[in-house]
Design a protein around this ligand. Structure first.
Ligand SMILES: *Cc1c(COP(=O)(O)O)cnc(C)c1O
Length: 389
């Protein structure tokens, strides 16, 4: 558990990204956070040490990452986990058997799988609702509801949840409001400022940004929640190693620059796709045709790099996904390089077919993670692949 300084919270975003949470290196004055590749720390005497006893509990490189991401989200306490799903696991451990959770139905496939196949067995109850309409969230609340869990924009349908309104429902219900902010990142959206109690990240994606580690993160402003999350992080033990923390904290330094480019490229590509004769529908919150574009403009400062495309037939989707040359066919998202994926058979294969259909996730849907390459090269790549489709 790490608290961040007032100075870190006072600086503007890009400055925080580079500097917040840095640790002073008394030995050599290293400007960059050192990798404390150690499992334990020498103690001066019985009960006398520098605050570091064992690396599952505390590690300076991990703390630098925790403070940095907390500062970016405008929160006071950050907790790093070994993966995004370990962070989901950590946050759900705030609950007890018999508690009820209202979750968006279009959450990350692995989150849905963990909730339904692991936590349901342990006595948690879940209602999955289309959280793009806050009335569905409110209607699912029961006397046992202890948590509302949302993602916005969702993966891959790019539906939005009105964070201020859903936060209000949570407050009235006396439930925690948890928001997975992986897609938007704190550069474009800060859920804590809109009423969330806890923000969750897969740092694997945009925060690290270079597709070279797997990690997760929880951030909160509440000292009481921080106490409990710190206990869970240490007691359950799903912590990331110092090298992965170092990669992630190196990644966040360029978050502002990268997100601006992801957003600029994706806006151009989304507009171009809407005019392509082989494309039936484009899902991108930055398009005026997106049914929640007005909400996107209100609660986000930009729209990010994720686009989903409806091609009308599985055959066409398959040909597009297999013929791009710059867009690599791969799971994951949020790296500097462009990726293309087929949610129904890849990232969302663990979601039951009838649930996929109900949310509009067809077999002919393709998802793009638009990277920071030259946008004209990316458009030319999609053009040649669509010509073959
Ligand atoms: C990838 C992802 C996760 C899971 O994170 P891992 O690091 O893969 O465990 C959770 N939520 C969203 C939105 C994701 O994209």
């Amino acid at each position: 558990m790490t608290e961040i300084s007032r100075d870190d919270l006072a600086a503007r975003f890009a400055t925080r990204a580079v500097h917040a949470g840095k640790i002073a290196d008394p030995l050599a004055g290293a400007v960059m956070t050192p990798i404390y590749q150690t499992s334990t720390y020498v103690q001066d005497g019985l009960g006398r040490h520098k605050g570091y006893e064992y690396a599952r509990t505390r590690n300076p490189t991990r703390e630098a990452l925790e403070r940095n991401v907390a500062a970016l989200e405008g929160g006071r306490h950050g907790f790093a986990f070994a993966s995004g799903l370990a962070a989901v696991d950590g946050v759900l451990k705030l609950l007890a058997a018999g508690d009820h959770v209202v979750s968006g139905d279009n959450v990350y496939g692995g989150t849905h799988r963990q909730m339904t196949l692991i936590w349901s067995r342990m006595g948690l109850e879940f209602s999955f609702v289309d959280a793009s309409d806050t009335r569905n969230v409110a209607a699912a609340v029961t006397a046992k509801t202890k948590m509302i869990y949302a993602e916005t924009p969702t993966n891959p349908m790019m539906r939005l949840c009105d964070l201020a309104a859903a936060g209000e429902v949570a407050r009235k219900a006396g439930a925690l409001f948890v928001v997975d902010n992986t897609f938007a990142t704190p550069y474009f959206q800060r859920p804590l400022e809109l009423g969330a109690d806890i923000v969750l990240h897969s740092t694997t994606k945009y925060l690290n940004g270079h597709s070279d580690m797997v990690g997760g993160m929880l951030v909160t402003n509440s000292g009481a929640l921080a106490e409990r999350l710190g206990f869970i992080q240490n007691a359950s033990g799903a912590v990331p190693g110092p090298f992965d923390c170092w990669l992630a904290v190196r990644g966040t330094k360029t978050l502002a620059l990268r997100m601006r480019q992801h957003d600029a490229n994706a806006r151009r590509i989304a507009e171009w796709l809407t005019k392509h004769p082989k494309v039936e529908r484009v899902y991108y919150p930055g398009l005026p045709s997106h049914p929640q574009h007005e909400l996107a403009c209100r609660q986000m400062k930009g729209f990010g790099g994720m686009i989903s495309v409806e091609l009308g037939s599985l055959e066409r989707a398959k040909r597009l996904a297999e013929r791009t040359r710059i867009f690599a066919l791969a799971e994951s998202l949020g790296g500097v390089e462009s990726l293309i994926g087929h949610p129904a058979s890849m990232t969302h294969a663990s979601v039951p077919a009838e649930m996929r259909r109900a949310m509009g996730l067809t077999d002919s849907l393709v998802r793009l993670s638009v990277g920071i390459e030259d946008v004209d090269d990316l458009i030319a790549d999609l053009e040649q692949a669509l010509a073959a489709a």
